[in-house]
Write a protein that binds this ligand. Sequence first.
Ligand code: UDX
Length: 441
Amino acid sequence: MVTINVVVVGAGYVGLVTGLCFAKLGHSVACVDVDESKIKALRQGQVPFYEPGLVELLGEQVQEGRISFHTTFPEPTDAAMAVVAVGTPPTPTGSADLTSVFMAVDGLARALPHGAVVAIKSTVPVGTASKLKERLAAQGRPDLRVASVPEFLREGQAIQDVFRPYRMIFGVMDEATEQMLRTVHEGLDAPVVVTDTATAEMIKYASNAFLATKISFINEIANICDRVGADVTQVAYGMGLDPRIGPSYLRAGLGYGGSCFPKDTRALVNIAGEAGYDFQLLRAVVEVNQRQRLEPVRRLKESFGTLAGRVITLLGVAFKPGTDDVRESPAIDLYVALMAEGAVVRMCDPVVRRVRGWISGASKILDVCNDPYLVLAGADAAVVVTEWPEFVALDWRRVARFMRCPVVFDGRNVLKPDEMKMAGVVLLSVGRGCRSPIPLR
Ligand code: UDX
């Protein structure tokens, strides 16, 4: 195998995971980030976020001497390839802010040797790679090659997603770039799609938008199931056995959150709009998702009449289990909406300690408890927002005894209706037709 010197710009989630995995494949990786405290922590073997297996991989690769961390580019560098994995946060209009991408590319223009490949992993609007190529040429670096190599990492299983990807997309402008990408990814067994850069950029958006569409679709089916007395979990199972549909991303619940789906769906609506096309279907997907996360407020209000003064415990703050990421988590919107109804809201999560929320127009830090029994004591209702196994495994019989009203809204359909009934819990769920009246005490 050939060892390639790789510079990774951005030591955030995607950059760090990608850099470490390239190191593990045997390449020599220099990771650059402007955030000094992050680089300092990484040099000491600390990962600034929670991702299973990453601390161990970091320790191993630092020990092997295959990865190093820097706050500035080693200028000039001998890297034959650079990976740009900086953030592209949404602007107020929902399109991607490319400031960090431009800064990274300008830095690389000064640092990279002749003919090196600049692989863009940040999710960027379709056409960005071509614009970056022009930008490099304008800076006297027409020799640098630009590629679009989108990532499809899922938080909580990112390492596995790098080593066993479903596919690898190489968006390139020439054969030499394709060859370099094949060399750097040698050892990974997955279908490779080689295409132009605009198509690669679109594959990323279209994939995320499609998965988000499946989720909003099943959530709408769930809402109908509730009204007609069908069970959405079985509907999804029955649908998913058809290989043309597939079983994944058909779990009904409180909708999608996280750093990708919400941002990328809105960005694609914008990309389409700027190209003169109204992406109606995706606009509806976004709207359904926004409405779905507030479903517990609607349903609990329906049962209690008013939520004013009611103590409601949110079980789960991370946008999904296996991560401490709270970006676009339904929990935050739910907190704000329940507070607006006059409820007293408590939050619990096994890994999240605090979270920032906008309450009455001001940004506030909200405390999160890690003991579910503590926050459930005396509560009028609980909402399972994140399907952490810890919540499924609670002693619900005990919980039912010390809640003021044993009402649980299972926002992820992970609790078993029979067991909950035996435990004395009144269970509300998403699309499982459980519309039992609530015993108000
Ligand atoms: C996603 C994509 O899967 C990944 O390929 C891309 O690179 C980044 O965005 P991630 O955000 O880590 O990854 O989470 P994922 O596991 O895909 O779940 C996204 C959201 O959808 C979560 O909020 C999850 O709770 C929700 N979801 C997922 C459902 O509501 N129902 C499902 O059936 C599946």
